[in-house]
Design a protein around this ligand. Structure first.
Ligand SMILES: [Zn+2]
Length: 63
């Protein structure tokens, strides 16, 4: 299936139609780049991008 990204937080959703982080169905298939966060507390990228949940995120979501 086509990967979708949450418009709110950029989370990549591979299954289902709801973002597991913010529980929204506001998803888009239009996004650029993928950012993978393994350790939100030890990752500068996670801190800078404001992510607190490990997983895959879109670098840029078209809103
Ligand atoms: Zn989200």
């Amino acid at each position: 299936m086509v990967e979708k990204a949450c418009r709110q937080c950029g989370r990549i959703i591979e299954e289902g139609n709801e973002c597991p982080v913010c529980k929204t169905k506001d998803l888009t298939t239009t996004f650029k780049g993928i950012l993978v966060i393994f350790d939100p507390e030890g990752s500068e990228i996670a801190v800078i991008s404001g992510k607190s949940v490990p997983g895959k995120y879109a670098v840029k979501v078209v809103r």
